[in-house]
Design a protein around this ligand. Sequence first.
Ligand code: ADP
Ligand code: DP6
Ligand code: CO
Length: 372
Amino acid sequence: NIKDTRLWYNFKQLWSNRTMSDDKSNMVTCTAPVNIAVIKYWGKRNEELILPINSSLSVTLHQDQLKTTTTVATNRSFEEDRIWLNGKEEDISHPRLQSCLREIRRLARKRRNDTHQSFDVAGLSQKVHICSINNFPTAAGLASSAAGFACLVYTLARVFGVEGELSAIARQGSGSACRSMYGGFVQWIQGERDDGKDSLAQQVEPESHWPELRILVLVVSADRKPIGSTSGMQTSVKTSALLKHRAEGVVPKRMGDMIEAVCQKDFTTFAELTMKDSNQFHATCLDTYPPIFYLNSVSQQIINVVHRYNRHYGETRVAYTFDAGPNAVIFTLEQHFSEFVQVVQHFFPSEINGGKFIKGLPVDDANLSEGL
Ligand code: ADP
Ligand code: DP6
Ligand code: CO
């Protein structure tokens, strides 16, 4: 499934040249999709272990859409662990990368000891070289950290022969990554323990449960967000009273209602909870001091178009949600999908890229009042 970009080809060639001469080398490539939260995670109670202040729920996209592709190679000749992200070498000493590497190697050692293997089957003593590529904008509020760390942990596990529950390790790379370890509708249960062992992702329903559900990603801006999720939520935890109220007083009930809506395939409830939760998350960003603005005027226009569209039909046919960035993710049902795509094209005249991305261009208010 690997896109044969020149960049990728160079990496593969570099590795195969090195590894062909050594039987003990090992190279695994995996892909992982992004997940889009409909009940948002925002705020940690433990920074190091990445333990959240509330549970969250997401929908995992298909593998062939927004995804990360990661290759991990081990080889006796490698002197250090190294990582390249989108072709550029990154600092492997980053604590979150170190947590993932350490935890997978720990499980691999445990497995080796449990199965009494005395030899170095999986190159456990060897260093790894990691090459990871996202096929969508990185750090733009499209959950690159989720697909990225899920893919990293899964690929490392395959290289070292580790099996079983891996979401708690992915969580230590990026909180949202734990939910990309499963497909379909996934909850991240916040857990209560201080060691985080009960802070895990769990599939609520598989993807096949709701085949009529459609997701449309509207890329308003591919730029890196000005404030990363990690530091944004730190400031929110410190300064926003609304966030505390949300985590303790709103999300627990909303999680139950959302799980019920997903199980019943109740689109109206699913859509309304999704929009309200996105709006409340962005309200907590505004309540943060100094305030954080992730939405821009195009995002706000998309929100208006969705509400106008629903009002026009007198029922909730479409929902939006925005992560920490201006890009919209739209949920709708198959029977309304193509009409809503036309509505978006009308209000945001632009090219459609493979039917998945629509670059929203700024439109003026006069444009917006036309049509519906
Ligand atoms: P996003 O909204 O895209 O998730 P974040 O601010 O949460 O943005 O995280 C972006 C960071 O996630 C990047 O700066 C990088 O450190 C990490 N990341 C993104 N993609 C990958 C990847 N494929 N492999 C490893 N880390 C990644
Ligand atoms: C708005 O998982 O990217 O997308 O745990 O610090 O890496 P870290 O943050 P991250 O935060 C995601 C926030 C969100 C909502 C969500 O995905 O639930
Ligand atoms: Co992220």
